[in-house]
Write a protein that binds this ligand. Structure first.
Ligand code: PEP
Ligand code: MN
Length: 309
């Protein structure tokens, strides 16, 4: 048994011998490398390999590359930039933003019409009219649209304009919303809950696929940390695991992760180095006047510098 354990360790599999089992049974630790069960069965001394059933088989079998309109997002594809204001504030604002962003190489226009604000008296978004402003602005420049659905009853309206439906961090655990978003058959941008484990995040992706979503793109936007110097703690380990090991499409949102614009370029580079297929960045033409999330928005010019760096 010890010889088999050594062979397995050399292949990156860490095992624990289950007490009182004969023949000996070994349990592979979750932080081990991913190895095919069929390969393992060929190791001398191993009689049988059992695989614990996965809670997210559709996610496990999903292709690495997702398609949003004509944009491919996933490992091995050129990095995709989705950018725009946190909230769609007016038709003029989003039209001007779309033009400038398209000229910067952005492929997907973001902007919230329904805003999940922590404080109930903060700006909640312009709702349905903002959806049409966003779509028209994107169409003028051949951009795809990503925008958030907050409630199951909003999903059909959001799906009329969105090429990619965003599920926000605060709603990652909302199974009714995940199912409703899945049912309209659009790809989904699934933001990680701010205290969600990777398994919980993947299970949320499974809900979307189970109910009909053609693909799910996972967006790491920082998890709750302990230090108020940054808004959240960007979990690049999760990015490397999902993108590199599990081969899933991952976008990183350095705006919500940092909560301050001076850190965005560095976090964006780190995200791509960790395997992210692209970035979701908040951009505003006058961050000081933004109705939401101004401190974490880049000026368009700063985005241009960030993209060309
Ligand atoms: C957003 O993208 O504007 C947003 C509200 O993000 P999150 O759900 O990650 O907080
Ligand atoms: Mn925001």
């Amino acid at each position: 048994v010890e010889r088999v354990r050594r062979v397995l360790t050399a292949r990156g599999l860490w095992t624990e011998r289950l007490a009182g089992t004969a023949p000996a049974q070994l349990l592979v630790a979750p932080f081990s490398s991913e190895i095919d069960a069929a390969d393992l069965a060929r190791v001398e001394g191993i009689a049988q390999v059992g695989v614990a059933p996965s809670s997210h088989p559709l996610v496990d079998a999903a292709p690495a590359v997702a398609r949003v309109r004509d944009v491919e997002i996933g490992p091995g594809r050129p990095p995709v930039i989705a950018a725009g204001p946190c909230s769609v504030e007016s038709e003029t604002q989003i039209r001007a933003a779309a033009g400038r962003l398209a000229a910067t190489g952005v492929k997907v226009l973001r902007g919230g019409a329904y805003k999940p604000r922590t404080a109930p008296y903060a700006f909640q978004g312009h709702g349905a009219p903002a959806l049409s402003w966003l779509r028209r602005a994107a169409d003028e420049h051949g951009l795809a649209v990503v925008t958030e659905a907050l409630a199951p009853e909003d999903v059909p309206r959001v799906a009329e304009v969105a090429d990619l439906i965003q599920i926000g961090s605060r709603n990652m655990h909302s199974t009714a919303l995940l199912a409703a978003a899945g049912r309209v058959g659009r790809p989904i941008l699934l933001k990680r809950g701010m205290a969600a484990t990777i398994e919980e995040w993947l299970c949320a992706g499974e809900y979307c696929l189970l109910h009909g979503a053609p693909s799910v793109i996972y967006c790491e936007r920082g998890v709750r940390g302990f230090d108020p110097c940054t808004r959240n703690l960007l979990d690049l380990g999760a990015v490397a695991l999902l993108a590199g090991v599990r081969r899933l499409p991952v976008l990183v949102d350095p705006s919500h992760a940092a909560g301050r614009r001076d850190l965005i370029p560095a976090l964006a580079r780190a995200a791509l180095a960790a395997g992210a297929a692209g970035l979701l960045i908040e951009v505003h033409d006058d961050p000081g006047r933004a109705l939401s999330d101004g401190p974490q928005a880049l000026h368009t010019e700063e985005l241009r510098q960030c993209v060309s760096a």
